[in-house]
Write a protein that binds this ligand. Structure first.
Ligand code: SF4
Ligand code: SF4
Length: 337
């Protein structure tokens, strides 16, 4: 397992880290167990966020008394300085710590710079020792490129998987040239990619720290299984990735949910990618009465367009939903999948 240094932060950890978004969905005991097992298995970097409901609290419980043995990053979606400080204090309290290794502006709509209230708060928090490094997360490539050019941030968190475009790959390389750390979110593209070995082999070629979202013990086992192994990009894996890219590239929904809520309550983050999910997971899970009802809600879409303004990938969501529904109906009618 290679180590990766997050740019000028000097934080050096195994290139195999823990994304603490999914632990919102399990009990505190289960979450603490997963986090401690991740640590025991070799993981040292844990990424959470104020927006992930009780994730910070669970991380705080898991690592109480061993704060100096792990690196913890968190995030704020604050838009005012008051909210920034109240979020930071809440995060520190819940994480049972007096500092964060990296504090990130969460899902930035633009690159906040000198003179911007939020960036000034970041500098002040660093001066006070409450945060060690200033980071930012973005979903839009143009925003991420501006962040790298600005030279103001020590880390950038951005979606990165083997479905990345050449522009995404250049972003990662430019981040390294700028002395910034790159934290790779959505390394499984929101659950679409299921071959962990291919995902890990891809990631190992780049200066990037993947934070794998972990909710189940079996998922954690897969990631921990890479410790003590040489991760290599082999011809077999390269061919697998090439074929998967051919199948998946283009207009596809990553399942992030930023477009929601829908005006008429369509579960966009699942329904807009049903065609892929049904072919990549046990299909009967997606053919239940529940999912049939959810899919039929697409017929009530009023084309208000609100979802489109929120999608970081600028997808034409109403049309994507319609395409998925057409395919779904054909599958229900007996089409081979
Ligand atoms: S365009 Fe359709 S899917 Fe999007 S928010 Fe409006 S009703 Fe919902
Ligand atoms: S449509 Fe866009 S915003 Fe909505 S879940 Fe998919 S990728 Fe995310």
């Amino acid at each position: 397992m290679k180590e990766y240094t997050l740019g000028k932060t000097g934080i050096t950890v195994p290139q195999n880290a823990f994304g603490a978004l999914p632990i919102q969905r399990v009990s505190t005991e289960e979450a603490a167990h997963l986090l401690r097992r991740a640590y025991d298995g070799g993981m040292r970097f844990f990424d959470t966020a104020r927006a992930y409901t009780d994730s910070e609290e669970k991380v705080g419980i898991a690592f109480e008394g061993m704060r100096d043995k792990v690196y913890i990053s968190s995030k704020t979606m604050a838009t005012t300085k008051e909210k920034f400080w109240s979020d930071l204090e809440t995060s520190l309290t819940l994480l049972k710590t007096d500092y964060l290794d990296i504090y990130q502006l969460h899902c930035a709509a633009r690159c906040y710079g000198e003179g911007d209230e939020l960036y000034e708060c970041m500098k002040e928090a660093k001066k006070q020792g409450k945060i060690r490094h200033i980071g930012i997360t973005a979903h839009k490539i143009g925003v991420a490129e501006d962040i790298v050019k600005s030279g103001l941030y020590e880390t950038l968190q951005f979606p990165f998987s083997y479905l990345a475009s050449d522009r995404d790959i250049k972003l990662v390389e430019d981040t390294a040239k700028a002395g910034m750390g790159f934290i790779a979110m959505k390394g499984l593209s929101g659950g679409l990619l299921t071959n962990s070995e291919a995902c890990m082999a891809f990631m190992s070629q780049y200066p990037a720290l993947p934070i794998w979202g972990v909710q189940r013990e079996s998922e954690l086992d897969e990631w921990l299984g890479f410790f003590g192994k040489e991760i290599e990009m082999t011809d077999d894996i390269r061919n697998f990735i090439e074929n998967d890219r051919k199948e998946l590239l283009g207009e596809f929904c990553r399942g992030c949910g930023y477009c929601m809520p829908c005006t008429v309550d369509i579960t966009i983050n699942q329904c807009a990618r049903m065609s892929q999910m049904i072919r990549r997971a046990p299909s009967q899970n997606w053919l239940t009465e529940h999912w049939q009802n959810e899919m039929m809600k697409i017929e009530s879409c009023i084309d208000c367009g609100i979802c489109k303004t929120r999608c970081p990938y600028e997808l034409d969501i109403p049309n994507l939903l319609k395409k998925n529904l057409k395919d779904y109906k054909e599958i229900l009618a007996g089409k081979e999948i």
